[in-house]
Design a protein around this ligand. Structure first.
Ligand SMILES: CC(C)(COP(=O)(O)OP(=O)(O)OC[C@H]1O[C@@H](n2cnc3c(N)ncnc32)[C@H](O)[C@@H]1OP(=O)(O)O)[C@@H](O)C(=O)NCCC(=O)NCCS
Length: 188
């Protein structure tokens, strides 16, 4: 497979890391990162056909296109030495009085995890949300995904509640977290 032909190694430095807004041209690369990272993350917990069906539907470029450069969306890619190695997508959730946003996707290719790339996307997103007047950010993570839970807890997210979510033929237990967004997030 293509990803085995290269020999990506964990970057010793992130000096060539760029976090930027996604473009339409990036969408096939975003789908590629999603496929690889989903298979590595959820192979024990989400049935292969449910993964395949969800990825095929949710990451088809035409189904992501509305989130590119759109109001209420903050959709970033992490580009390292010219390669898309991760992405993070925040969106505004309707609320009558409060600025609420949700982090709906955050994925870093397995071989690039634990290098600070997820943190860089999170901080870029928090700064933009704060600038846009958002006051709170939600994220839902599979309850059994202890690595991601630890990551979010380290970034100030507080567990709120569990809920079940249909994913094809199965129900996945999701842990919902919230985090306040403050003016200090602009400077961090
Ligand atoms: C979760 C994920 C996006 C994090 O991205 P990442 O690039 O690996 O994250 P970082 O390198 O910035 O940080 C991860 C590590 O730092 C820790 N960390 C980062 N910032 C921290 C902080 N401020 N305080 C405490 N711990 C922190 C995390 O617990 C984790 O620990 P480890 O690497 O020492 O084991 C990535 O691991 C991933 O794509 N996982 C698979 C997909 C997934 O689970 N996505 C979330 C779905 S909701």
């Amino acid at each position: 497979m293509e990803e085995n032909l290269t020999s990506p190694s964990l970057p010793s430095s992130l000096e060539n890391l760029i976090i930027r807004l996604v473009t339409h041209a990036d969408l096939p690369n975003v789908a590629h990162v999603a496929r690889i990272t989903w298979d590595a993350t959820y192979n024990q917990t989400i049935a292969p056909e449910n993964r395949r069906e969800f990825l095929e539907r949710s990451y088809r470029p035409e189904n992501l296109a509305d989130a590119v450069n759109a109001p209420g969306h903050w959709f970033y890619v992490a580009e390292l030495n010219g390669q898309i190695v991760g992405f993070g997508h925040f969106l505004q959730r309707y609320h009558p009085t409060q600025g609420r946003a949700e982090l709906v996707r955050l994925y870093v290719l397995p071989e690039y995890q634990h290098a600070g790339i997820g943190t860089a996307m999170l901080k870029t997103g928090f700064a933009a949300l704060s600038q846009a007047g958002m006051e709170q950010c939600f994220v839902s993570v599979q309850a059994s995904n202890s690595v991601a839970r630890k990551f979010y807890e380290g970034h100030g997210f507080v567990f709120h509640q569990n809920h079940g979510q249909f994913l094809g033929t199965q129900i996945v237990i999701m842990a919902e977290y919230t985090r306040p967004i403050t003016p200090a997030d602009i400077e961090r």
